[in-house]
Design a protein around this ligand. Structure first.
Ligand code: ADP
Length: 230
């Protein structure tokens, strides 16, 4: 319980800081980016164009972090709509299928919640599912040579809430990683922001739902989201 309270405090603080500084940092970054572009020919002359490339990549990474930061400070006021969870899942699968195919991975969806409606901010909950699928694709990529990638999505309901289960056969994770999964900025990826899951956690919580994870290193990972039925 203490862990969760601490996490909630951290997330609330994150939102406030995000709103306050994100804009302020973005503007100077934009001008730095512009001037580096202008310097590029001079760097090329002295055989150091590589420096410009690195600076631009890093600026873009910083911009990505700020973009997600800003997104993460928004979920305070969800715009709720009555929708079928199955319909939403089908839309997200459609959005991710081509990317999955490119990565030689199959996405399977078995939906059993067609007539169950939930009251949700569609854009936000879609973002959550997208984040989890993207992470699954990354985790699969790292073990691709060993087996074909598979993401299994199941929806079901117990009459009170809808459950969305997203299971992958990717690299899985250790306990230590699992414990920090929802911490802002926790990432094990070279170009990761570590914000995807902390934002997802916040969105689901704002919908009075829960998000749980079960994983085994070398086997795969399962995310379980529950949302109260309307
Ligand atoms: P990012 O994707 O930018 O690293 P996230 O908050 O989305 O940020 O994820 C945090 C970390 O959780 C990832 O870096 C990864 O180590 C771990 N993770 C998340 N999803 C999975 C998964 N399906 N399989 C294995 N590890 C995962």
């Amino acid at each position: 319980i203490e862990q969760t309270a601490l996490q909630n405090d951290k997330l609330a603080m994150l939102g406030k800081i995000a709103a306050a500084i994100a804009h302020e940092i973005r503007n100077p970054l934009t001008s730095i980016r512009g001037f580096i572009q202008l310097l590029r020919p001079y760097l090329l002359e002295v055989g150091k164009e590589e420096y410009a490339r690195i600076i631009l990549t890093e600026i873009d990474r910083a911009n990505d972090i700020i973009y997600e930061f800003l997104n993460s400070s928004k979920p305070s006021a969800p715009m709720k709509q009555l929708v079928s969870i199955d319909h939403l899942i089908k839309e997200v699968v459609l959005l991710t299928e081509s990317e999955a195919l490119m990565r030689n991975c199959e996405i399977k969806a078995e939906c059993y919640c067609a007539e169950h409606l939930v009251s949700i901010d569609v854009k936000q909950v879609k973002q959550v599912i997208l984040n989890i699928i993207k992470n699954a694709l990354d985790a699969i990529e790292e073990v691709q040579s060993e087996r074909r990638g598979l993401i299994d999505i199941v929806t079901r309901s117990n009459g009170q809430s809808a459950e969305i289960i997203i299971k992958d056969n990717g690299k899985g994770m250790e306990k230590a990683t699992m414990n920090r999964l929802f911490d802002p900025f926790f990432t094990t990826k070279q170009a990761g922001t570590g914000l995807g899951l902390s934002v997802s956690y916040r969105i689901v919580r704002n919908h009075n739902g829960t998000i749980r994870v079960d994983s085994q290193r070398g086997v795969g990972t399962e995310f379980i989201i529950t949302l109260p039925l309307a």
